[in-house]
Ligand binder design. Structure first.
Ligand SMILES: Nc1ncnc2c1ncn2[C@@H]1O[C@H](COP(=O)(O)OP(=O)(O)OP(=O)(O)O)[C@@H](O)[C@H]1O
Ligand SMILES: [Mg+2]
Length: 266
């Protein structure tokens, strides 16, 4: 019955700064993510969601102190990441404007990670990665400013997928987008997860999105994971912790299905 864990975090602690300036952004956080599933990470602004993703991705500043355990498919994750390990785990950022180099073409943006990881047939991979996210090959020669917000986020997703990771960490992947485009990108992510058998960790402040996309979730508050639950608990409005229920109520216009999306097939 129990499927293997793709990610396990146990007692994770992240502290920024030293001495009196020290700030513990993540406190004794634990959760595990089943391989091939989509896991939601929710919580108010500043609760530590991005910090957890960055810790997993090895993207925290070197001065950050990290304690506790992180495992990827059972293997301990250390701060120094080997290239094969980095290849297995990719992150997509909230802001597709900030995350794509403004003076690089799509061709270069997609080609670079493939080259860094020593992959062959780069041209074919670029064309395939574009097709995967619903863009034709003519997009290769555009710059980020010549793309719409949705197209830009498609490129950011293609850049994460071109090196064929097993796990994708998505930090508010649609919050910078218009509502109609949000649904398109979420549907695209669902399809890509199925087709590539990916494991997702999805940070979102939108509980409708988590309800639609995820099988399980963790609720963070002030650096702590205060609740781990299956999505059916969220849908039944039966979250255990009062704060989690408040978060659910506060999610304005909460619907179990995001606007423009078909109801979840469960
Ligand atoms: N590099 C850093 N140096 C010092 N403090 C940091 C650093 N990065 C994050 N923090 C602090 O850690 C806390 C958690 O930040 P984090 O970005 O993880 O929150 P979040 O849950 O992702 O919030 P949001 O929903 O607004 O994106 C915040 O108080 C933030 O100011
Ligand atoms: Mg964040």
């Amino acid at each position: 019955m129990s499927r293997a864990s793709a990610i396990e975090i146990a007692g994770l602690d992240v502290t920024f700064g030293r001495g009196r300036r020290a700030f513990r952004a993540v406190r004794d956080a634990s959760f595990s993510v089943t391989a091939g599933s989509s896991f939601g990470l929710v919580g108010e602004s500043g609760s530590g969601k991005t910090t957890v993703l960055r810790a997993l991705a090895g993207l925290l500043p070197p001065a950050a102190r990290i304690r506790g355990e992180m495992r990827l498919h059972g293997e301990p994750l250390r701060p120094a990441r080997s290239r094969p390990l980095r290849r297995r785990l990719q992150m997509v950022f909230q802001d597709p404007y900030g995350s794509l180099h403004p003076r690089h073409t799509v061709d270069r943006i997609l080609g670079e990670p493939a080259r860094v990881h020593g992959l062959d047939s780069i041209d074919r991979r670029i064309v395939d990665a574009l097709a995967d996210v619903g863009l034709d090959a003519s997009f290769r020669f555009r710059f980020p400013h010549q793309l719409s917000g949705g197209q830009r986020q498609r490129i950011a997703i293609a850049r994460a997928l071109i090196i064929e990771p097993a796990i994708v960490l998505l930090d508010e992947p649609t919050s910078a987008l218009d509502v109609s485009v949000q649904a398109e990108i979420l549907n695209l992510l669902q399809r890509l997860r199925r087709e590539h058998a990916l494991t997702f960790v999805l940070v979102s402040h939108d509980l409708a999105v988590v309800s639609h996309m995820c099988e399980a979730l963790a609720v963070m508050r002030a650096g702590e994971v205060i609740e781990n639950a299956g999505v059916e608990t969220l849908r039944a409005d039966a979250l255990r912790h009062e704060y989690s229920r408040e978060l659910l109520q506060a999610a304005q216009g909460y619907r179990t299905t995001p606007a423009g999306m078909p109801p979840a097939e469960r």
